[in-house]
Design a protein. Structure first.
Length: 179
């Protein structure tokens, strides 16, 4: 079992950062990603997550969806950064809807997959979330379907990004990374 998996299982990690391919992080065994999912499901210590670069993009779509949903089920998740992959809008919506403590989400270099009603549901969830103060959908994010306009979603939380009080920054001493 990798050191990262052990830290997640033991609730020894507050800031999760994975940027390498899954095989480099967890080994070449197929079960390792499933071990990661199982560890995420029982973890109660992760407050911030950054899954970018090669990690999400190398996962199969169904596994990527399971990883995102597992993170979304973390009731104490405060910040999340996702990038460099294809993602289902439903998975992003799940993270926001199921993470009541979430106050910041940053998405970059993402192709968003879903139908118009999925994007509308995301917009509604953004409006209704009690604590989300920052929602950054960068210009490098685009829908897989050309006739979907992201401007309303991009502007949903930008107006309130600087209002309200933000929780204190998390301690840097509890960061675990794959790099």
């Amino acid at each position: 079992m990798s050191s990262l998996l052990t830290q997640i299982l033991n609730n020894d990690i507050v800031n999760l950062k994975i940027t390498e391919e899954a095989e480099d992080v967890f080994g070449n065994e197929d079960g390792c990603v499933h071990d990661f999912l199982d560890a995420l499901k029982v973890n109660t210590s992760i407050k911030t997550a950054r899954l970018t670069e090669d990690f999400l993009g190398c996962l199969r779509a169904d596994v990527r969806s399971k990883v995102l949903k597992a993170l979304g089920n973390d009731l104490d998740l405060k910040e999340i950064t996702l990038g460099d992959a294809l993602m289902m809008v439903e998975d992003i919506n799940h993270i926001i809807a199921k993470s009541p403590s979430l106050y910041s989400m940053d998405l970059h270099n993402i192709i968003l997959q879903g139908q118009q009603e999925h994007f509308q549901a995301l917009e509604a969830t953004l409006h209704q979330h009690p604590n989300l103060k920052e929602f950054d959908l960068s210009d490098n994010c685009e829908p897989a379907v050309e006739d979907i306009d992201l401007e309303r979603i991009k502007n949903t939380k930008h107006a309130s990004a600087c209002t309200g009080s933000m929780p204190p920054p998390l301690k840097k001493s509890t960061i675990a990374t794959s790099a």
